[in-house]
Design a protein around this ligand. Structure first.
Ligand SMILES: C[S@@+](CC[C@H](N)C(=O)[O-])C[C@H]1O[C@@H](n2cnc3c(N)ncnc32)[C@H](O)[C@@H]1O
Length: 238
């Protein structure tokens, strides 16, 4: 999986690319994430990339030509181009799973008032990371790249992402680690039993319970198995 990120602030990504799981994923060759300076694609004096909007209005807008030239250079046969934007479709785990199947992502980061609207004609989709407006697309690009990268086989243990919250629609069951007891706070007894079937049943029930209490909206998206219907009934009664 290759991810190219087009930005006027490549330094923003230094810590992201040089830390923890993403760093290891890059070093081990599972993912290739590169930043590209948009200014390198400007033909103007001082590599200018913004100007005032036609028709008036506050702020500066990022110009069309640098994006056009950068896309022309960076786009390959199987490139999927994403523009970060508060006007895009909301990013979620389903979208991350879909994007993780792609060979090459090119993520465009806007800044200031955003990007000349002609760029919309060059992209595959617009993605928003939430219903709020940020100063730039750098954090959205990192969020997309991070969520997608950890789904690329090899980057993390696959069992781990399979049971993650949202991956199958449900929230993950609660997890505990050593010590068993601290200041009277105990780990649930069933997890110390060594009884795999009992633990699996408890976890499934907890997963359903958590989803029902914390994110009941998620249930509308899940096609319930017979087992899950029974658990839901039991949890609803409790
Ligand atoms: C200040 S915003 C531009 C907002 C634009 N004037 C509007 O009203 O739609 C500048 C850049 O930040 C990024 N951005 C801001 N909020 C975002 C969000 N919620 N999701 C994704 N990108 C966002 C985009 O790249 C955008 O071009």
């Amino acid at each position: 999986m290759k991810i190219d990120i087009l930005t006027i602030f490549p330094d923003f990504f230094d810590a992201f690319l040089r830390t923890s799981i993403i760093k290891r994923g890059i070093e081990d060759g599972y993912i290739n994430i590169q930043t590209h300076q948009l200014r390198d694609y400007s033909s103007l004096k001082h590599n200018r990339i913004d100007d005032t909007p036609y028709g008036g209005g506050a702020g500066m807008l990022m110009m069309f030509p640098p994006f056009y030239e950068a896309i022309k250079t960076l786009k390959q046969e199987e490139t999927h181009i994403i523009m970060t934007s508060p006007q895009g479709k909301l990013f979620d785990q389903k979208k991350a799973i879909e994007l993780a199947q792609k060979k090459h992502l090119l993520i465009l980061c806007g800044h200031y008032e955003g990007i000349d609207a002609r760029v919309e004609e060059l992209i595959d989709e617009e993605i928003s990371i939430g219903n709020y407006v940020l100063t730039g697309g750098e954090m959205p690009a990192m969020i997309i790249a991070d969520a997608v990268s950890r789904l690329v086989p090899g980057v993390i243990h696959e069992d781990s992402s399979e049971t993650d919250s949202l991956q199958q629609g449900w929230l993950k069951y609660p997890q505990y680690t050593k010590p068993e007891v601290y200041e009277g706070y105990r780990v649930p007894e069933v997890l110390l039993s060594g009884h795999h079937q009992l633990i699996a049943t408890w976890r499934k029930e907890q997963s359903v319970r958590r989803t029902l209490t914390k994110r009941p909206d998620l249930l509308q998206e899940i096609v319930l198995t017979e087992e899950e219907k029974k658990i839901l009934k039991k949890v609803n009664k409790a």
